[in-house]
Write a protein that binds this ligand. Structure first.
Ligand code: HEC
Length: 185
């Protein structure tokens, strides 16, 4: 016969096991970010105000705005606003065709990075998120700032995950390079 006490501890142990399983499941269902600067891991936390798109991205690394903006030029203007309000165009050019910073359109030109990404991983939305959120090492001759408001050293007030995702998806809509548009897959 089980005593009440033994039954209670068995129950507690099974509950703890369940909690443990839930946590390990949550830890797996997350997008693991690595810095473009030095490949070190970094974490972006979910917040109370996260949009459904941010929740999906943080769990799966898939940026849902990319397909939406590709299909809806009106919606894509939300991303264009992020780029103009935050001065991205001051360095990357009003039409993002390059100025003192590399072109984000990649529509050809004399510069090494007028046709291809400085960092090949920017061909994925996860890679471009890592580049914009957490800065770069300067392969093209200049470095880019840290923009994410959760990361130390960010520029000004910084940007939210949602703003960065929208900026990326807008950049995808102006892309004129020859690489396959893998981000739409
Ligand atoms: C002060 C100038 C400056 C500003 C402002 C700036 N950038 Fe950059 N950006 C750069 C430079 C320089 C690079 C190249 C970095 C390198 O070579 O490491 C770069 C690189 C990038 C890249 C990767 C380009 C590639 O070809 O791989 C993306 C994407 C990008 N920036 C997006 C943004 C966004 C979005 C903003 C605004 C939130 C922004 N940038 C604001 C200077 C700037």
């Amino acid at each position: 016969m089980f005593s009440n006490k033994a039954l209670r501890s068995t129950l507690i142990i099974s509950m703890l096991t369940l909690v443990g399983l839930t946590f390990s499941f949550q830890a797996k269902a997350a997008c693991d970010f690595v810095s473009t600067k030095d490949n070190s891991p970094f974490v972006i936390k979910g917040t109370d105000t996260d949009t459904p798109e941010v929740k999906e991205f943080l769990a799966t690394c898939k940026n849902p705005y990319t397909a939406k903006f590709a299909a809806d030029a009106e919606a894509a203007k939300q991303g264009k606003k992020v780029l103009s309000y935050n001065g991205c165009t001051g360095c990357h050019g009003g039409n993002l065709g390059g100025l003192m910073a590399p072109s984000l359109v990649k529509n050809g030109g004399v510069g090494a990075f007028d046709t291809r990404w400085v960092y090949a991983k920017n061909g994925t939305d996860k890679g471009m998120f890592e580049t914009i959120a957490n800065g770069t090492p300067g392969i093209s001759g200049g470095t880019m700032f840290i923009w994410h408001n959760q990361l130390e050293g960010h520029t000004g007030d910084g940007l939210t995950t949602d703003e960065i995702l929208k900026a990326i998806s807008y950049i995808r809509t102006v892309y004129k390079g020859t690489d396959e548009k893998t981000w739409l897959k």
